[in-house]
Design a protein around this ligand. Structure first.
Ligand code: SF4
Length: 731
């Protein structure tokens, strides 16, 4: 490729779903002098990007430092996990994959093949992988790490509004009267969104911010009202608020009559949730519950925001729909400053949803279970009728179970690190060890998952491939390649397409450029809720980011800021649906043997399993070690002092952390950050503790909460847990 030299390259931060625009300059464009042979990349916020307006957090600002650290540069193969890797050519690697797929297909059937992808993919990567697995191979066993992140938001939106897709936009952060943040530490996890909301909140004394979180997070610190509910009582709280709104008559009967169905069942249900009982159950003051409902009732525009604290739950879909119920009963949707707004964790989890990148989806917000949807996609892909299986594929946890039983014989993992990020980690690691053949496509080496791979494929990362990403407000940005690819790395979509061609699907994988992939994908969104037929690489390059729905030809309807402004929903009767759930609580509540609730989350600087951020000095200095937050009262009972090592044990396994004693966490609950896998610390993996029980609708595991016991470790046994990342050895 030719690297642009006269102006910065526009791209997007590859970390979180906020989707901040970046401009990248090589050293020769900046202040550092001409180092064209070894460019040093400078990154700055893109002031022209509509979503972020030039702002970036520390992750975006330091991203370029990770470009050349510990890169996987060549395909590497080994016959068994106890052997060392040996470098092979791409031809050898691809032949090996094709041979493995064909052998497994012949001996076990296509459903023994699985791929586990990532919200780090560009939309083009997602799309080609869907076409390969769901279309050409005929198995729906493609799932992505978005399963761990936002699949409850997807199923909640579909259930309540008839289709996926957050109806709000970031401008609503500047327009709301009442921001209701539940299960989201936005200040640390989506900092640029939070800064925007906080600015509006600070400037306008009438604007209220309610934060619902068992921890007193940085987000809760600045709220007008912090509801530190007991973990697992979110639905009680929402029903209690609904009860009060109904009792006070603070509802919108006209909106409900015209635009919704199911109200009477829901109204009957919430009558049983008296505020007194709800406050008791949630462990909060009745006055605080009433204040939250009052803020909601008085606001002209209520915006709710949520992320993993709601989604990562065995009743995640119920929580999402119950929250949407509050919007429906008060008519707080389809207008500026209002609506239920899920904050996406990963940079392109949204694009993955649009491209069909989960085991139950097809491109264009289609469903595997819908025969018409399957037929449309088969026809479009030039495949025989019935080629796409009617059975939803294995979600990631079913892939793990399939490895245990031998039903899964081939696993292809790309751009994710399941040897750290999946629940019940020891079980996952044992299952991965049993895999007959695992391909791992990744930009970095080592990661913890490398240990379980037979074949490593070097993938292009940020800046080394061009493709599209959709952020939380449905804005599609073209992320442009700005540097040559090191070694022999290849873009993910290109690898999938080459395997497709070698399997004999030449006509399906004709693409030579990512723009061609996007052009084909966008045709599958025609007349769908996520219509992107008006978007192309060329248009994005010349006009900048575009928001969907963006249908071809009719530019007056493109860049639609909000969905449902016409109050027509995507349900069969065009009405939004109230859904009535009684709360189930945590799947694994505390008990006499495991008396504490363990919860976990992100820190401001780190990203997921540190594959990138662990390699950036500034971020490592910012967050050098894992820790366990514990309330002073609990610490005193355990005779713990700050810095003492604590063994945390769940029914599955244990982890060790130094204690951080703080009243920010409620008594009875402990918190640890999620970022430390075995490469970065010894025995500090939070997922040694978590369990895989999942929401029955979304199949999203309850990563946020499990029951644990605590034990103070003897002083001398302390301190083994912080491993030096400098021990990493390049391949
Ligand atoms: S807020 Fe998210 S997208 Fe924006 S710079 Fe930070 S990590 Fe990147």
């Amino acid at each position: 490729m030719s690297i642009p030299t006269d102006s910065p390259t526009k791209t997007l931060c590859p970390y979180c779903g906020v989707g901040c625009g970046l401009e990248v300059l090589s050293a020769s464009q900046g202040k550092l002098g001409d180092q064209a042979d070894n460019p040093i990349w400078q990154v700055r916020g893109d002031r022209a990007h509509p979503s972020s307006q030039g702002m970036v957090c520390v992750k975006g600002a330091t991203i370029a430092e990770s470009l050349d650290k510990d890169r996987l540069l060549y395909p590497m193969l080994r016959d068994s996990l106890d052997q060392p890797f040996r470098q092979v050519s791409w031809d050898q690697a691809l032949d090996r994959i094709v041979q493995a797929i064909q052998t497994v297909q012949a001996n076990f059937g296509v459903d023994a093949l699985c791929m586990y992808g990532s919200g780090q993919f560009n939309t083009e990567d997602y799309y080609v992988a869907q076409k390969l697995f769901k279309g050409c191979l005929g198995t729906n066993n493609f799932d992505a790490n978005s399963r761990l992140c936002m699949s409850s938001a997807v199923s909640g939106y579909i259930q309540s509004l008839g289709a996926d897709g957050p109806p709000c936009c970031y401008e609503d952060l500047d327009l709301t009267d009442c921001a209701f943040l539940i299960g989201t530490n936005t200040a640390e996890c989506h900092p640029i969104i939070f800064n925007r909301l906080r600015r509006h909140h600070k400037k306008n004394a009438d604007v209220k911010m309610i934060v619902v979180d068992p921890r007193r997070t940085q987000t809760a610190e600045v709220a007008d009202l912090h509801l530190a509910i007991r973990p697992g009582t979110d639905i009680h709280l929402l029903h209690g608020m609904a009860h009060l709104l109904l009792k006070w008559g603070a509802i919108n009967p006209d909106f409900m009559a015209k635009c919704t169905s199911g109200w009477s069942d829901y109204a009957e249900l919430v009558r049983h949730y008296s505020p007194e009982a709800v406050a008791r159950e949630c462990g909060i003051e009745l006055a605080d519950l009433e204040q939250a409902a009052r803020y909601w009732a008085k606001a002209k525009r209520v915006l709710s925001l949520w992320s993993m604290g709601v989604n990562q739950s065995s009743e995640g879909t119920a929580k999402v729909s119950t929250l949407i119920n509050l919007h429906l009963m008060t008519g707080q949707i389809g207008k500026p400053g209002a609506g239920p707004f899920s904050l996406t964790g990963q940079p392109n989890a949204m694009g993955g949803r649009e491209a069909g990148g989960l085991a139950h989806l097809l491109p264009g917000y289609r469903s595997i279970k819908n025969p018409q949807h399957r037929a449309e996609v088969e026809q479009f892909w030039g495949l025989a009728a019935g080629q796409i299986s009617a059975t939803p594929g294995r979600v990631v946890w079913d892939m793990i179970r399939g490895l245990e039983t031998g039903e899964v014989q081939f696993l292809w993992i790309a751009a994710t690190n399941p040897a750290v990020s999946l629940p019940d980690l020891k079980r996952v690691q044992a299952a991965l060890r049993r895999s007959p053949f695992t391909v791992y496509q990744e930009a970095y080496y080592p990661t913890e998952t490398c240990e379980y791979a037979h074949l490593l494929l070097p993938a292009a990362q940020w800046g080394e491939a061009t493709g599209c990403t959709t952020n939380s407000e449905r804005v599609v940005t073209l992320c442009q390649q700005f540097r040559d690819r090191p070694g022999e790395v290849r873009p993910d979509w290109m690898i999938f397409a080459e395997v497709g061609r070698r399997l004999g699907f030449e006509s399906q994988f004709w693409f030579t450029e990512p723009a061609e992939v996007f052009a084909e994908f966008s045709q599958l969104t025609r007349d769908r809720p996520c219509d992107q037929t008006g978007i192309s690489h060329d248009r994005l390059r010349s006009e900048g980011p575009l928001q969907w729905p963006c249908p071809e030809g009719d530019l007056s309807t493109s860049n639609t800021k909000r969905l449902y402004t016409d109050l027509q929903f995507h349900t069969p009767d065009r009405r939004a649906q109230f859904v009535a759930y009684h709360p189930q609580g945590m799947a694994e509540p505390p008990n006499p043997d495991y008396p504490f609730v363990f919860t976990n989350g992100r820190l401001y600087g780190h990203w997921h399993t540190q594959t990138r951020t662990g390699r950036i000095a500034k971020i490592r200095q910012m967050h050098p070690n894992p820790f366990l937050e514990i309330h002073p009262r609990d610490a005193a009972k355990l005779n713990l002092e700050a810095g003492d090592w604590v063994k945390v044990r769940s029914p599955r396994s244990s982890a060790h952390f130094p204690a951080k004693i703080t009243a920010a966490i409620a008594p009875g609950t402990v918190f640890a950050p999620m970022h430390w896998g075995q490469l970065w610390a010894d025995q500090a993996e939070v997922n040694n503790l978590t369990h895989p029980q999942a929401c029955p609708q979304s199949q999203q595991p309850e990563l946020k909460a499990c029951a644990v016991q605590l034990e103070r470790l003897p002083k001398l046994a302390a301190s083994p847990a912080i491993a030096a990342a400098s021990n990493l050895t390049p391949i």
